[in-house]
Design a protein around this ligand. Structure first.
Ligand SMILES: [Zn+2]
Length: 287
């Protein structure tokens, strides 16, 4: 009964509002809810009115996107995504993220950078500014410039709203009408598939590379951080990353073309000191 459904039709807006009032009153009176609400359901409830517009993906607001991201993050953690709690390393990743953000095309959006305890060389982004870096990636890159390049690429997926774009496409492919009813859970699960299972669109990858490279260069990192990491992907020993990031060789060529065209020196910039980097992540070695 309380599983939140969202309708596009504004006529339903009021019905949802009354349901929300009912729940708030029930909670205030200490009355038990008829069905147990999981954290997942509560995410929907907390969204309230915003949920109605979530399905109107064309007009999704930044705030709604952040709410979706928070719910998805909550769901992933509940399902076993292990957030690494070491302060030094987490702050290091956050600092790199903060250095890149001003050079993105959504500099005022709220981002959350987290480290995931997982030995696969991987990183990913969810809607709403959530960026995740695996401990395996931290150990697998050569230097800070490579790490910054991967983070920049993931930020670019968020700034370009790639997940939302894909969500719109999937909903369209399912032939859902504008006035069809879509469970909030369906949206969250689709976003989960988009993040973890479905390969990104080719154009989305090239766009994230291009914007990521610009961010990297703007923040003063050496552009070779990005090409160096792509070279690793071409060697094929990063299956987790390749699952969602196909065609590394072609992407590498395209990046080199951009660097040439811009007249940038690939090795001009910060982050190439491999020894300094190993020092920064030393605390991971004793994990
Ligand atoms: Zn990507």
């Amino acid at each position: 009964m309380l599983n939140p459904f969202f309708w596009i039709k504004r006529a339903s807006h009021r019905r949802w509002f009354y349901l929300l009032i009912l729940v708030v009153v029930a909670l205030a009176l200490g009355v038990g809810l008829p069905h147990t609400s999981s954290a997942f359901d509560l995410c929907g409830l907390l969204d309230g009115d915003a949920g109605i517009e979530i399905i109107q993906l064309i007009t999704i607001s930044d705030q709604q996107e952040v709410e979706l991201g928070k719910c998805l993050n909550q769901q992933e953690v509940a399902q076993g995504l292990e957030i690494y709690s070491g302060r030094k390393i987490t702050e290091y990743v956050q600092d790199i993220g903060k250095r890149l953000i001003p050079y993105s095309d959504r500099p005022n959006f709220p981002y959350t950078f987290q480290v995931v305890r997982n030995n696969d060389i991987n990183a990913f982004a969810l809607v709403g500014g959530f960026v995740y870096v695996h401990t395996g990636l931290l150990k697998g890159v050569e230097n800070e410039a490579e790490l910054a390049a991967v983070i920049a690429h993931e930020i670019a997926h968020i700034t370009s709203k790639h997940s939302i774009e894909k969500l719109r496409q999937i909903i369209k492919d399912k032939n859902l009408e504008v006035n069809s009813e879509v469970e909030y859970g369906t949206i969250i699960n689709l976003l989960e598939d988009i993040a973890f299972s479905l390969p990104r669109g080719r154009q989305q990858e090239y766009e994230a590379d291009r914007k990521g490279l610009e961010m990297l260069h703007g923040a003063g990192y050496a552009p070779s951080g990005m090409t160096g990491f792509l070279e690793k992907l071409t060697k094929g020993n990063t299956p987790a990353m390749l699952r969602t990031h196909p065609e590394p060789a072609k992407r590498l060529d395209t990046l080199n073309e951009i660097i040439n065209k811009k007249g940038w020196d690939p090795n001009d910039g910060d982050g190439l000191d491999s020894d300094a980097y190993k020092q920064r992540i030393q605390s991971l070695a004793i994990e």
